[in-house]
Design a protein. Structure first.
Length: 213
């Protein structure tokens, strides 16, 4: 797996079903403590609400961390349908996100089916507002070149679509490059061409980075 989707921005959306209000809050998060901090903040902010149902997905497929809570609603009517929306959004799902649906009871019971629809629809409305972007895995490669070649090589790499993540200066100039795993052979060939075979890029790590949808 070299890529997955997440939310483009934090967002809120509210729907009303038979006088009950369902406020969905979506937040981009990196880990479980951050997700739970969002839930705690919303509980404190919306202290007058009866339920704060939650679902979150963290990390890349195929084995993200997933959690959900019905927070007092009948079992399986809130957290599970919220999680299903996150898993299946536009056929690909979203990760690194927590969804909290805060409900103010309107006095009319909705029944199990009504709750499932309402909580799922609230998350869908939130995702429409948030939008999505793609996260791609980049291999980090360090290329060291002489000072006299650094400007020319860096410019040529950027012109050919190679991400230059950082530049450091010492006895030689270090260019930290980011490249999708499938593009590593192309990068190595390009470096050989630009440096006349005098320098080679070497892998030193990897990172996930946001890219435009």
């Amino acid at each position: 797996m070299t890529g997955y989707r997440t939310v483009a921005r934090d967002a809120e959306a509210e729907i009303e079903v038979r006088r009950s209000r369902f406020l969905c809050t979506l937040a981009r998060v990196e880990d479980e403590p951050a997700a739970r901090a969002v839930v705690d903040r919303l509980r404190a902010t919306h202290w007058d609400a009866r339920h704060h149902c939650t679902a979150f997905v963290l990390g890349p497929p195929p084995a993200p961390v997933e959690r959900s809570s019905d927070d007092g609603e009948p079992a399986g009517t809130a957290g599970a349908p919220m999680l299903e929306v996150l898993r299946g959004w536009h056929g690909e799902g979203v990760s690194d996100v927590v969804a909290v649906v805060t409900r103010w009871f309107g006095g009319t019971l909705l029944g199990a089916g009504g709750l499932v629809r309402a909580y799922g629809d609230a998350v869908r409305a939130g995702l429409e507002v948030a939008g999505t972007l793609r996260r791609e895995l980049l291999r980090e490669e360090l290329l060291e070149v002489d000072h006299t070649d650094a400007g020319r090589v860096e410019t040529a790499l950027r012109q050919r679509g190679v991400a230059v993540l950082d530049t450091t200066y010492g006895a030689r100039v270090g260019l930290l490059l980011g490249v999708p795993p499938a593009e590593e052979p192309r990068l190595h060939a390009l470096v050989a061409e630009l440096t006349g075979g005098r320098s080679q890029a070497r892998a030193i790590g990897e990172r996930w980075t946001d890219v435009a949808s």
